[in-house]
Design a protein around this ligand. Structure first.
Ligand code: ATP
Ligand code: MG
Length: 618
């Protein structure tokens, strides 16, 4: 059974780009194009869509995260791009194309050469100049705009491109879902104001609508969720997530209010805390060598991870390089994860995970740190330390924790006994939401509701960038009163190649792909049972293909001299929405066999005189 019903799949005419433009559709012969269907499943395939892309002859792997798009895939990508273009034009954006090669100095100006880290493909040219293969184009477009626009009268402007992006992903996976070279639509908008007509908010909302229309037209079931801005930076952002259990991203939703957020961003409702409470026993130090994970320590101590304190050391960014180093100790329950974005907000300054050497030098026993380390390091002049405790860890009762001594942990850690009055010193300790939300947490929007978890594939991401890039690159313009102002920016991405694969992940059955008509490589798949040029079947097939093309529909005609079973299996595999089979028996009744990809069985006999209209209705 299909995993989803596509509203778009029901009517090729309603969604056919050619028919909207009154252009004849394409007619392609299977034997004249390259569709290398295969029974073999790639050994590295992790998802149904990856297997189907390869088995149905859409893509071939060239290297890790590098794929060729074969003719069928290229047709789908073009259809998808046509929808994106239409929606971008409706949102007021103009198309252009920027280079993939980017001098590294541009990315140095904004600090993104460092922020992207190893994900950035760097290369050196013959003259020794360093370049990057652009992961997105904020710097190139901001520099271009700064050189081209000097007055408020020229704003707002939104520009977009559909182009190949490069990211040296640590773990490329699942074919096009996470590639190292992939196709992205990226758009950038430029404004003088936030709120007014022509301001960023207006374009952001128009882009939000354009994305909603695009993914709806692709037949996708998706959620729009609040998101973290990541290395692109900025103040507000939303992700468009295809609702799909095999997705990489975790989304949390409030069933009562519709609030939805990526786990990296999701807030929680208020959670009570209590740092009082009597000790559960004497502090008991235990030798715990060679137990690298918290689960292993828990098993050894016979303590569940939710009664263990996990204390991680973060370095707080310093404005003055010679200042005493400052650290934040983040304490969460052993079964929870620290959320760096929330920790940064709680600290009020940029933070990063401390590297082992600097943490050791400052006096932390990495791997065995407990909240008491805040006192140990407070006594030394080597660093300043602050303790941030998540409310679920700030509870009375039994706790196990590190012993601040190599190869040792303690049982019966008690907050008051171990830390005393320092817990009340706001310069030393604070309780704050610093962990990733999990299913079952109180909703931040309704105290009576609990968050539920779902998984998704991120296909689009829109950001309010503010002045991050314009300030870094000196892009200011004169406003009405001749004052120089920083330009306010937004940026908007769609993973085009990832979206194509997400459509397959959402819509397939055990026999193959089920395309929605709006992006299908062809609208109609014609299978003549005989392929000799003078056979009635082939002649009817060619006449019919011409009629369907005249009606604006794209036709794939399987002219291979293969057994019907092979052709039918291949038709199911490649997933064209409508199939017409032409055999002598049906022709004797002046009819052909018509079958939707989603129909069970052989399909219906339709008189030749009605077949074009029948196809137009889907
Ligand atoms: P992810 O979190 O999946 O790594 P991202 O948030 O870093 O993606 P953005 O910078 O927001 O990605 O890029 C815009 C869009 O490009 C994403 O929403 C996604 O659809 C697509 N995309 C990003 N990285 C890849 C990739 N490696 N392969 C295919 N598509 C990608
Ligand atoms: Mg993103």
């Amino acid at each position: 059974m299909p995993t989803t019903e596509h509203p778009a799949a029901s009517s090729p005419a309603a969604t056919c780009v050619n028919s909207q433009r009154n252009k004849p559709g394409d007619i392609h012969y299977w034997s004249r194009t390259l569709i290398p269907t295969s029974k073999q499943t790639p050994s590295d395939a992790e998802s149904a869509s990856h297997k189907l892309l390869v088995r149905a002859g859409y893509v071939r792997r060239v290297g890790a995260g590098i794929y060729s798009y074969l003719p069928l895939a290229w047709r789908v990508l073009n259809n998808l791009s046509a929808i994106i273009r239409e929606e971008m034009h409706t949102a007021g954006a103009a198309e252009m194309l920027m280079p993939a090669l980017e001098p590294i100095e541009l990315m140095d100006k904004t600090g993104r050469a460092d922020d992207y880290g190893d994900n950035l493909f760097r290369l050196t040219d013959r003259h020794g100049r360093e370049l990057a293969l652009a992961p997105t184009h904020e710097e190139i477009i901001t520099e271009l705009m700064a050189a081209s626009v000097s007055s408020y009268k020229q704003l707002p402007i939104t520009l977009f491109q559909i182009q190949t992006k490069f990211r040296d992903e640590f773990r490329p996976r699942s074919a096009l879902l996470r590639g190292r070279e992939f196709i992205m639509k990226d758009a950038y908008s430029f404004h003088l104001t936030l709120e007014d007509a022509g301001g960023l908010n207006q374009t952001y909302d128009a882009m939000h609508r354009a994305y909603t229309n695009t993914f709806t037209r692709c037949g996708l079931d998706f959620s729009v969720v609040e998101a973290e801005a990541g290395p692109i930076g900025g103040s507000a952002s939303h992700e468009f997530m295809v609702n799909c259990e095999s997705g990489e991203d975790t989304i949390l939703k409030c069933p009562a209010t519709g609030y939805a957020a990526n786990v990296e961003k999701c807030e929680t409702g208020p959670r009570a805390h209590d740092l009082s409470g009597d000790p559960t026993g004497d502090l008991d130090k235990i030798h715990t060598p060679d137990l690298p994970t918290i689960e292993e320590v828990g098993k050894f101590l016979k303590v569940k991870p939710n009664r263990m304190l996990k204390t991680l050391v973060f370095r707080i960014a310093a404005e003055d390089k010679n200042a005493t180093p400052e650290f934040a100790l983040a304490v969460v329950r052993g079964d929870h994860d620290v959320n760096e974005g929330k920790l940064r907000t709680a600290v009020g300054k940029p933070i990063r995970m401390a590297d082992d050497d600097e943490a050791r030098t400052a006096g932390f026993t990495i791997g065995y740190v407990s909240p008491r380390a805040v006192l140990i390091t407070a006594q030394s002049s080597l660093c300043k330390t602050r303790l941030l405790i998540d409310p679920d860890a700030a509870q009375p009762g039994f706790w196990a924790a590190g012993a601040d001594e190599k190869d040792h942990h303690v049982k019966h850690f008690n907050w008051r006994r171990e830390l005393g009055d320092s817990l009340d010193d706001p310069n030393l300790a604070a309780v704050a939401d610093i962990r990733n939300a999990v299913a079952g947490d109180p909703s931040p929007r309704d105290p009576n509701a609990q968050l539920v978890a779902a998984r998704g594939i991120e296909v689009g991401h829109i950001f309010k960038l503010g002045c991050k890039y314009s300030d870094a690159m000196g892009f200011q313009i004169l406003d009405q009163s001749q004052q120089l102002q920083s330009v306010i920016m937004g940026c908007y991405g769609i993973g085009v190649s990832r979206t194509m694969q997400a459509c397959i992940e959402m819509s397939h059955d055990e026999n193959g792909i089920i395309w929605p008509a709006a992006i299908a490589p062809y609208h109609i798949h014609i299978i003549p049972m005989k392929v000799e040029p003078d056979s009635a079947a082939m002649q009817t097939a060619e006449t019919l293909a011409a009629d369907l093309s005249a009606a604006g529909l794209d036709v794939l005609l399987d002219d291979r001299n293969e057994r019907p079973g092979v052709k039918f299996n291949d038709a199911d595999l490649v997933g064209v929405p409508l199939r017409i089979t032409i055999g002598d028996k049906a022709l004797a009744e002046n009819s052909v066999e018509f079958k939707r990809r989603t129909d069970p069985g052989k399909g219906d006999l339709i008189p030749l005189s009605q077949i074009v209209n029948h196809c137009l209705q889907g």
